[in-house]
Design a protein around this ligand. Structure first.
Ligand SMILES: O=C(O)C1=C[C@@H](OP(=O)(O)O)[C@@H](O)[C@H](O)C1
Ligand SMILES: C=C(OP(=O)(O)O)C(=O)O
Length: 433
């Protein structure tokens, strides 16, 4: 149970991060992927008939997506403790969308709203108002949509259709700018061609995920030219989707094995996937862990001492908080590169990670596009979460091996993993789920 402490903005909850008294040895089953669940929901709401999403994640971000699509006219019911979602599309209508802090809701739903008949008002958490949105909204305007505003809150004035066509954007700030436009594009009169012009697009596996899921729904997507994605107009087929476990959410548990010299297994690890979290296999191996994938179960065993890593995380920036926490416990220096775009994530993750690791005695330098972390003994203290689920789980990793770490607002993990504290505690008791 968390305690409370007076912070700068009033009372904050503090969770005493459990210390591992011995190397962890557990098997942890993770719920479904946020990114796959929210794409499946958008495609199902735009499809020609009812679909079912099985193994869906239920968390703040996915519940916000369900709420958004219901507000716009979809009927969504659930079974199997919420993880099976039956989606029946309806005529898209005026509504109101609460985005919370979910990038997938704020970037994927405005193009759906542009297809609605009537006004759709978007808002979100205070912190969401500074997340970059102008690129998506500007692109939608260029494609014929009518929108007031460039950041949350904003209003999409839906006119029951969008012309579509070609648009050039700078998507170096987020792959979600591209994914958002592509997901609804088949319903635009002319489809959409998105061309990227700027520094390289980050998190491209997430764009591959979008393209694969569109193709699975019968949409014709042409990716033959670099930095260009063309979605042809046409029906989105109603079909059933089975969601993979969330591999990014698996990473703190696998890091727990790495930093305690223990062993953690995660069942149902996909053989082939577009999820960024799959990269953790290579990352932990390079840091000295033993990693194996056999019969669909990933197993990580930690070494006696971890080595640092010099790595470009541009494609898998979502993993940076886990990798930074793990690197702060390594015996040699680390350099995390290619992740300037993390400044527009839930919080400025580069600033947050360097401030929090530094507060515990770590030696971290923020660079133009990443972090440099040197080995240093860490001490206990409060780890601030900045309303960022992955900052909170990074603090939990450090707390396994450093006495006296208290993580502020551990409940923020509900953004993508409600019940994180219980799963973490179960891992420490050696549970095999
Ligand atoms: O499309 C998606 O589901 C996501 C894309 C990535 O965003 P960025 O491209 O902004 O890094 C990732 O970090 C985010 O957690 C989820
Ligand atoms: C960047 C992330 O989330 P979002 O989908 O809100 O962008 C994340 O989950 O690491």
């Amino acid at each position: 149970m968390p305690g409370w402490s007076m912070g700068e903005d009033g009372w904050v909850s503090l969770w005493k991060a459990p210390r591992a008294v011995s190397p962890v040895d557990a098997s942890v089953t993770l719920p479904g992927s946020k990114s796959i669940t929210n794409r499946a929901l958008v495609l199902a709401a735009l499809a020609v008939g009812p679909s079912t999403v099985t193994g869906a994640l239920r968390s703040r971000d996915t519940d916000l997506m369900i709420g958004a699509l219901r507000s716009l006219g979809a009927t969504i019911t659930d079974r199997d403790r919420g993880t099976t979602l039956d989606v029946t599309p309806g005529p898209l209508r005026a509504g109101s969308v609460e985005c919370g802090l979910a990038g997938t809701v704020m970037r994927f739903v405005p193009p759906v709203a542009a297809l609605a008949e009537g006004d759709v008002r978007f808002d979100g958490d205070e912190q969401a108002r500074s997340r970059p949105m102008g690129t998506v909204l500007g692109a939608l305007r260029a494609l014929g949509a009518d929108i007031d505003g460039d950041t949350l809150p904003f209003t999409v004035h839906g006119h029951a259709g969008v012309r579509g066509g070609s648009v050039t954007i700078d998507a170096s700030g987020s792959s979600q700018f591209v994914s958002g436009l592509l997901l609804s594009a088949a319903r635009f009169d002319e489809g959409v061609t998105v061309h990227h012009d700027g520094k390289p697009v980050p998190s491209t596996p997430h764009i591959d995920m979008t393209v694969d899921m569109l193709r699975d729904a019968g949409v014709h997507v042409d990716t033959s030219e670099p930095n260009t994605w063309r979605v042809h107009p046409g029906p989105i087929t109603a079909h059933d989707v089975v969601v993979e476990p969330d591999l990014s959410n698996a990473t703190p548990f696998l890091a727990a094995a790495a930093v305690t010299g223990g062993t953690v297994s995660v069942p149902h690890w996909p053989e082939k996937t577009t999820q960024a979290g799959d990269a953790i296999r290579d990352i932990l191996e390079r840091m000295g862990a033993t990693v194996s994938l056999a019969d669909g179960t990933l197993t990580v065993s930690g070494p006696a001492a971890l080595t640092g890593i010099d790595i470009d995380l541009h494609d898998v920036g979502e993993l940076a908080p886990t990798v930074a926490a793990t690197a702060a416990l390594a015996s040699t220096p680390s350099r995390l590169r290619g992740i300037a775009h993390l400044r527009g994530h839930e919080t400025d993750r580069l600033a947050a990670l360097s401030a929090e690791i530094g507060r515990l005695g770590g030696v971290v330098r923020e660079t133009e596009d990443g972090l440099e972390i040197d080995p240093a003994p860490l001490r206990g203290g409060v780890w601030h979460s900045y309303a960022d689920h992955r900052m909170a789980t990074a603090g939990a990793i450090l707390g396994l091996v450093v006495d006296g770490i208290e993580v502020e607002d551990i409940g923020t993990t509900a953004k993508t993993l409600p019940g994180f504290e219980d799963l973490w505690a179960a891992m420490l008791t050696g549970a095999r789920s």
